[in-house]
Design a protein around this ligand. Sequence first.
Ligand code: P6P
Length: 333
Amino acid sequence: MSKLIPLHDFISENHCDFPSTELSSILGAIEKAGKNISKDIRKAGLVDHILGSKGSQNIQGEEQQKLDVVADLAFIEAFEESGQICGFASEENDNFVAFQNKEAKNATYVVLFDPLDGSSNIDVNVSIGTIFSVYKRISPLGNEAVLEDMLQEGTKQVLAGYVLYGSSTMLVYSTGNGVNGFTLDPESENFCLSHRNMRMPEIGRLYAMNEGNINECEEGLSNYISYCQSRENQTGMPYSGRYIGSLVADFHRNLIKGGIYIYPDVLSAPKGKLRLLYECNPLAFIAEQAGGLASTGRKRILEIKPEELHHQRVPYYVGSKLMVEKAMSFLKK
Ligand code: P6P
């Protein structure tokens, strides 16, 4: 087996990827929290404080799982310890938080994150993930972070990615110079380079959508799904439907094998279900950096100007370039 390259060695060998040592420190914080959450998830069935509902709801009105809150706190602590983050917004918290210590007020970056996406799958042992997005602050150094720091277009991301707690635990990120994937080595407890310069196949034969919504989505999308299920597509065979119910897991599979993930606007979610800031932007950044596309079906995700912190949801078509383009061609202009 060739020599394993731990994340920190990769970063120092590719310092050009990191416009600043601060970013590599932030990635170190994500690595630290990701390792801790991975340990908790691996023993979830055995420890009472891990599984099940916490008996509270988050700002989204969703039942919080105990591990949601544990993950949220682990990432907040790691970001604060890094000294590079002046403030954050988390899907699990009511508002953004400006760190109060002097060092933080002089920090350059803000982070937006979903600490544990797909957490309803924890109790059934299905892959879940953390999604993160880092921006340079707009507000002046020396002051507290402000809301505008959190409401930037996705094109302004300087670091984005995810931790996937799957059959193995992976960290996948981009700083705008391509996408690299690292797998947690249980022996050394290091994330080691396992997927260098990841490229999303231009086309594939997998589509991920909750087809329970098929009677509530627009006709063009319904026609696209019929196309996927027909012999008219490029394979001459029906595509395979693969929907895990965990965005990070569906996205990661499509990144490797090619495919499309769709969460449209439906009657129960008129603007779509997925959150622009915490889910759509970071994965759109990764998709585009790997040669894929991410759209609302009509507009590039990364160009949307966020208007509000929590409830801004968008329809989401993300994945292989030719598949997203094909899906969009079925939608009314
Ligand atoms: P539905 C999880 O709650 C999530 O945000 C994504 O991870 C997942 O793809 C989607 O929602 C599942 O939603 O409505 O199909 O159960």
